[in-house]
Design a protein around this ligand. Structure first.
Ligand code: 4NP
Length: 170
């Protein structure tokens, strides 16, 4: 199966990607940090905004789960800037693409639509799979989630570079 094409930008030359999970402390902050890093490396930071939120509001304002932060730090990423946010209607209006970490998050977003995909609709290794919630599990779930985030981020950035008006480094 092929990875999904990106929906078109609402504003030419600009693009906003929102990563969504349940609590916004484990998976979606990891996806946000990794995707932003790849966007920066590709020279796309002026064009592309990356953010994350949770469908639940329990962790609004909190920093990320220490296990996600440790996995990111061990691979050279900076997890320190994260503060939890909750999904509201503005995310549907402002973001060109919302990426749900699992099928339950996708259902909470109203299901797949042009601008709502599963995060792993952009994972060439297993298109359309869930990023399993690592919250109640061991460290392995966090390192697996990070590997998935790195594959998806590379795929999304390659797709962003093909959008008209979005210019980065060649
Ligand atoms: P996340 O993991 O959705 O990947 O951030 C969770 C974090 C917190 C909770 C559930 C999942 N919670 O129930 O508080």
């Amino acid at each position: 199966m092929r990875t999904a094409p990106l929906p078109p930008p609402r504003t030419p030359g600009r693009y906003a990607v929102g990563v969504v999970c349940l609590g916004n402390i484990c998976r979606s902050p990891m996806g946000e940090v990794v995707l932003r890093e790849r966007v920066d490396e590709a020279g796309l930071a002026r064009h592309v905004r990356v953010a994350s939120c949770g469908t639940g509001g329990w962790h609004v304002g909190e920093s990320m789960d220490h296990r996600s932060a440790s996995a990111l730090l061990a691979s050279g990423y900076d997890p320190s800037g994260h503060r939890g946010q909750q999904l509201d209607d503005s995310w549907f209006a402002e973001f060109d693409l919302l990426l749900a970490m699992d099928s339950s998050n996708l259902a909470d977003l109203g299901g797949r639509s042009e601008r709502v995909h599963l995060f792993r609709d952009h994972d060439p290794v297993h298109v359309g799979a869930d990023v399993a919630d690592p919250y109640y599990g061991g460290e392995r779930g966090f390192t697996e989630a990070l590997e998935t985030c790195e594959r998806v981020a590379a795929c999304v950035v390659a797709s962003l570079q093909r959008l008209p008006g979005v210019r980065g480094r060649a």
